[in-house]
Design a protein around this ligand. Structure first.
Ligand code: G6P
Length: 605
């Protein structure tokens, strides 16, 4: 989604701004631009390289703001790209988010003689600031924001005050980076890592002014000074590199064993069959008394939650509901004070998921988070939670974060289960299976060349259905989602038992089915489903347990997976599905790290 980067200091700004934008590329964008007060603005549609190509002469100046835009309203054109300026070029702004009352503000400004060249809400915002600018850009932004309703993360500069950047936040992240030869601002802390690990996260309703050697934070509504202590980012810049892999997606899939180790580190008490999650200590009592737990998330985080539901119900005896965050936020929630809301989000910034937390708070529910991005909004807004510790995920399609979300749900199942009806022996078996998982996944990853061959054979089909049962139903959905995202193949995920209630009508020689068929307690049912598919002559690729011969006789292609505890089986099954999508995507020549029309972190509704 849109990205903001800014710098004010003693170094030449332009290369820093371009570099900052490159680190934000992974979020997805379609145009970009920079503004340097001593030089002016340059914008381009397409990649950052297109913008860099326009900057042929040296750009003087040691401050500036920059933006990557992901079109929501208005085409990806140069005119719509940020930075935007006011009527006189006295105010320049980059903005993430949406101004909800822009029409009303626009009408008011028109009456004052202000003219508009676009329909964008951002143009209204910058022109409003322009009409209020009397020489102090921070005051002008403050006064303008008093009239604005909506979500924003913004950075504003004036050529009359080139040594100051004003930033503000309401619903869309803004992070200050405190450097040694200047200060930075970004919408995503990963963009700051190359320069500093000391950051200050703005909260909603805050505005900050940064100069080369100072930063000051205050509230927008009352201008009250806020003393905010810098926090240290633990990720390092090495984690953001490709390490010899062709794509981030490939690297992140191959990181799975390490990711699981990191997610589990210090959290398993195997001999007691228990889990220890520091971030949940404050709510442990409440968790053991819950009537039910509500899970919300979007995309892969939603499917991880679906797996979590199966596990928590099966092994921990806790009733669970799962909702898409975009649905939960608008539906009627029947009050139940003995439930809690758990939001799952890699980025911790997804707008729909955040809205669920607000709604749950209004109903006095305890709010919990499973979040990867440390310090992100959801991590800070929830009452308690668990960090994934998966490290930065750069590829837009979530892979390693999904694996770590499942691992966190396994830990939560132990944690909650042992405070309910899970026996110590059952807890120990799960804990041991989790401990062995990194080694198991190493062996799964060795099958990558075989998966690539299979992927190439399946790359030319237009449609496919993934089927699974029980724990593997959400995994089938996740497999289908990945194939849609990075290979643009129409793929659906189905519970195997549902096939004959509709989708089987579509099957023929040109409509392959990908079946998840490990030897678990629904294996026989899945074998019948596969037989139904083969009777319709659809090609079948099946993922089976090592040594399985029954399914192998039925289907066209087989990938064997290690036999593990049924709880961790879905984690083992996910890795090859992620590889499959990756290899199909590259076989088709697509940019798998940045699929068209998608954004890494969806901070608007
Ligand atoms: C976007 C990404 C998905 C991700 C979803 C939820 O749509 O493309 O990969 O699963 O957002 O993101 P979150 O950061 O909340 O996990």
């Amino acid at each position: 989604m849109c990205g903001i980067f800014g710098y004010v200091g003693t170094r030449t700004a332009e290369p820093l701004l371009l570099e900052g934008l490159r680190t934000l590329e992974y979020r997805g964008y379609d145009s970009a631009g920079i503004y340097v007060p001593e030089y002016g603005a340059v914008k381009a549609v397409g990649p950052i390289d297109a913008l860099a190509a326009k900057l042929t002469e040296p750009v003087p100046g040691t401050s500036g703001i920059a933006h990557t835009r992901w079109a929501t309203h208005g085409e990806p054109t140069e005119a719509n790209a940020h930075p935007h300026q006011d009527m006189s070029g006295g105010v320049w702004l980059v903005h993430n988010g949406i101004v909800e009352n822009y029409q009303e503000l626009r009408d008011g400004l028109k009456m004052q003689g202000v003219s508009f060249t676009s329909e964008t809400d951002t143009e209204v915002l910058v022109k409003l600031i322009g009409t209020l600018y009397k020489g102090d850009i921070a005051d002008a932004v403050t006064n303008a924001l008093a009239q604005v309703r909506g979500a924003y993360g913004l950075a504003v500069m004036s050529p009359r005050e080139p040594d100051r950047i004003v930033v503000a936040r309401m619903g869309s992240p803004i992070v200050l980076g405190l450097g040694t030869d200047g200060n930075f601002v970004a919408s995503d802390p990963s963009a700051l890592l190359a320069h500093t690990k000391d950051v200050i996260y703005l909260d909603d309703g805050e505005l900050a002014v940064i100069t080369a050697d100072s930063h000051a934070v205050r509230t927008i509504s009352t201008a009250e000074q806020r003393e905010k202590r810098p926090e240290r980012i633990e990720w390092d810049v090495e984690a953001m590199k490709k390490d010899g892999f062709a794509h981030y997606m490939e690297k992140e899939i191959f990181e799975a064993p390490q990711v699981i180790e990191n997610t589990l580190r210090g959290r398993l008490i195997t001999e007691k069959g228990r889990a220890k999650l520091g971030g949940m200590e404050s709510v442990l009592d409440e968790l053991s008394r819950l009537n039910r737990l509500q899970l919300v998330g979007c995309g892969s985080a939603y499917y991880a939650s679906e797996v979590g539901r199966y596990w928590l119900e099966e092994y921990a005896g806790l009733p669970v509901e799962v909702e898409l965050a975009s649905e939960y936020r608008y539906k009627r929630n029947l009050p139940d004070t003995k439930s809690a809301l758990l939001a799952v989000s890699q980025s911790g910034e997804t707008a729909d998921t955040r809205a669920c937390i607000q709604k749950a708070k209004e109903h006095d529910l305890t709010t919990l988070g499973v979040v990867n991005a440390v310090g992100s909004t959801i991590a800070r807004e929830t009452d308690a939670g668990v960090y994934n510790h998966a490290g930065p995920e750069i590829a837009v399609a979530s892979t390693k974060a999904f694996i770590s979300q499942l691992t966190v749900f396994a830990l939560l199942t132990l944690l909650i289960g042992r405070s309910r009806d899970m026996t110590q022996a059952d807890g120990q078996a799960i804990a041991r299976a989790l401990e062995e998982l990194p080694g198991v996944l190493q062996s799964v990853l060795k099958q990558a060349p075989k998966l690539q061959q299979v992927a190439e054979r399946y790359a030319d089909y237009r449609d496919t259905i993934f089927i699974g049962r029980k724990f593997h139903t959400p995994i089938a959905h996740e497999g289908a989602l990945k194939l849609k995202e990075v290979a643009y193949i129409h793929a659906e995920g189905y519970a195997g038992g549902e096939l004959k209630h509709g989708p089987i009508a579509m099957l023929d020689e040109q409509f392959p089915v990908i079946a998840m068929a490990p030897q678990d307690d629904v294996y026989e049912k899945m074998v019948s489903n596969i037989a139904e598919v083969k009777a319709r002559k659809a090609p079948v690729l099946a993922f089976v347990s090592e040594g399985d011969t029954e399914v192998a006789q039925l289907v066209d292609d087989v990938i064997e997976l290690p036999r593990v505890h049924p709880l961790v089986q879905p984690i083992v099954s996910t890795v090859p599905l992620h590889l499959l999508a990756y290899y199909v995507g590259i076989a088709k020549g697509y940019d798998v790290d940045k699929p068209r029309n998608l954004a890494k972190s969806v901070t608007v509704e």
